[in-house]
Write a protein that binds this ligand. Structure first.
Ligand code: PEP
Length: 254
């Protein structure tokens, strides 16, 4: 599996700040590293970032989209609009969408299907909250988040899963490499039962939650961890480049 590191900028960065960040990344990540790379800016920065990453190893992703093609959905953005500005990826089911904006599984299932039909590669996020982990419900939560969305009409080969334990997102409390590996192996095994072993073993599963350059190598060394979805540390060129370098090194691709 080709590793995949993506930065989720969330609601950060003006266009000027984005330009500076991309310039820094282009300097630090020269050439074409042997892994896939993406940045996911806010909607209003997509156009300028698409221009700024041209000819680099970075591809463009969005953080959200609506499930309908167009129409009376004030404030929403469609898959076609994302493709039109050069997006290859879209994040669906981020824990902030689930828990801050109350997006339920059935809505995410529609978004995943719409995105795939349009030709976007989905980064589908799953992950348990702290109280769910403490009650021993981690696997049950992951299984539900998988069952809600996956089925024969979702192409597993055109999708990346991001395991993002909610208690690790933006908190500095990173999962241990063993916790990440255990969850990733479980996700892969569940998807093997929905699809088959071959498709599940080809699936890329990113880890997300307080990934930093200093902890990335150990996390990325886990056999079922195929890259990272990075929030805070994706906002500084040195930090994000450090994670990219650590991933390349951990996978023996340096
Ligand atoms: C995220 O929001 O996808 C994330 C992983 O954030 P952070 O790296 O800041 O924990």
């Amino acid at each position: 599996r080709r590793p995949f590191v993506a930065g989720n900028w969330k609601m950060n960065m003006t266009r000027a700040q984005a330009a500076e960040l991309i310039a820094g990344l282009r300097q630090r990540v020269a050439g074409k590293p042997p892994i896939d790379l993406a940045v996911c800016p806010s909607f209003v920065c997509l156009v300028s970032v698409a221009e700024a990453i041209k000819g680099s190893a970075f591809k463009l992703g969005a953080q959200n989209m609506h499930f309908e093609a167009n129409g009376a959905f004030t404030g929403e953005i469609s898959a076609e609009m994302l493709l039109d500005v050069g997006c290859k990826y879209v994040i669906i089911g981020h824990s902030e969408r689930r828990h801050v904006f109350g997006e339920p599984g059935e809505l995410l299932a529609k978004k995943v299907r719409t995105a795939q039909k349009a030709g976007l590669h989905v980064i589908y996020c799953v992950g348990e909250k702290l109280d769910e982990r403490e009650r021993g419900q981690t696997e049950a939560v992951l299984e539900r988040q998988i069952n809600e969305v996956f089925g024969p009409d979702v192409a597993l080969g055109e999708l990346t899963v991001a395991y993002e334990p909610v208690w690790a997102i933006g908190t500095g409390h990173v999962a241990t490499p063993a916790q990440a590996q255990e969850a990733h192996r479980f996700i892969r095994s569940r998807l093997a039962s929905v699809y088959n072993e071959g498709l599940a073993s080809a699936l890329r599963i990113q880890y997300g939650g307080s990934v930093k350059a200093s902890n990335a190598k150990e996390l990325m060394s886990q056999p079922d961890v195929d890259g990272a979805l990075v929030g805070g540390a994706a906002l500084k060129a040195d930090d994000f480049a450090g994670i990219i370098e650590a991933t390349v090194a951990a996978k023996g691709l340096a």
